[in-house]
Design a protein around this ligand. Structure first.
Ligand SMILES: [Zn+2]
Length: 289
């Protein structure tokens, strides 16, 4: 992703992987063949892989640099993590993420804040890394900001069904043990230039991050939207949504708010990582910017 300059703040991508992910109809359970075919031509090749027929996804963090702080939004999948139920992500061992970090001129110790838009497996992985057989916070000097209701929800799941949510066990609990987590509300104003926007639905307390000021701003959207197909059809839910109807309302509200404005949208998984929103029938068009 190209580096964005928004007033005194910059935003860039820290990429972990780009890959064909899942079949569209598996990912979007209510997607019909007819609607998929109607949209295939414009989805290919950036968002739908013509070779495999699968959705093409990026896995990336966003790095915000202010005058005083380096802030990382989400931490991808991570390395060496046992994920038997998720073969894509089982025991991943890639140096790509660390190389992306180096290319940005930073070390893990330079991160002051980590913000987790939500606590799904592919957004918390690099929260921790393996050191002498133990999971320790990857970012030793960072405060990790997590939405309070999101954290409570996943901690309860981990307590009631231990072993079923390994990414909470190995990528969230060790950060709590290290006393590096700060709970915030999903409306938290971090600074003059950075505030959280509640975008619930995909998870119970998912947030997006608004960066910059009017006229020069962007929304780092996390998983508020997974594919530009969900801009055209904001109510199209994905398989792992906590509440697809609520996710659809969040999407329609945010896309409506920034439609035909200069505000940039940067979703976590788009291979065209920066865009603007315009009207498209009853929905919206994500236009690469
Ligand atoms: Zn995700």
């Amino acid at each position: 992703m190209r580096k964005l300059t928004l007033g005194d703040v910059t935003v860039e991508g820290i990429e972990e992987a780009v890959m064909p992910f899942l079949e569209p109809k598996l990912f979007f359970p209510t997607l019909s063949d007819a609607v998929l075919e109607e949209n295939r031509a414009w989805l290919e090749p950036s968002h739908l892989d013509p070779k495999t027929g699968k959705l093409l996804f990026a896995f990336q963090s966003h790095l915000i640099r202010t005058r005083h702080h380096n802030i990382l939004i989400d931490t991808c999948v991570g390395n060496h993590k046992p994920r038997e139920r998720y073969p894509f992500w089982h025991m991943t061992a890639s140096d790509k993420y660390e190389r992306s970090f180096k290319a940005a001129g930073l070390t893990f110790a330079d991160i002051h804040f980590v913000m987790c838009t939500h606590l799904h497996i592919d957004h918390v992985g690099w929260n921790t890394r393996l050191e002498n057989g133990r999971w320790v916070p990857t970012f030793p000097n960072a405060r990790y900001l997590v939405a309070d209701r999101e954290l409570a929800f996943w901690l309860e799941k981990e307590r009631s069904e231990p072993g079923l949510w390994p990414w909470i066990t190995d990528s969230v609990l060790p950060v709590i043990a290290a006393r590096q987590i700060d709970q915030v509300t999903s409306t938290h104003q971090f600074s003059d230039d950075i505030r959280l926007i509640p975008t619930p639905g995909h998870t119970i307390d998912h947030f997006s991050v608004h960066v910059g000021r009017k006229g020069s701003d962007a929304i780092l959207a996390g998983d508020m939207i997974h594919s530009p197909l969900q801009a055209r059809y904001p109510e199209l839910g994905m398989r792992a949504d906590h509440d697809s109807a609520e996710a659809g309302r969040s999407r329609r509200r945010v896309l409506g708010d920034i439609c035909d404005s200069s505000t940039l949208l940067c979703p976590a998984h788009f291979t065209t990582p920066v865009g603007r929103i315009t009207r498209w029938g009853e929905g919206f068009r994500f236009v690469e910017a």
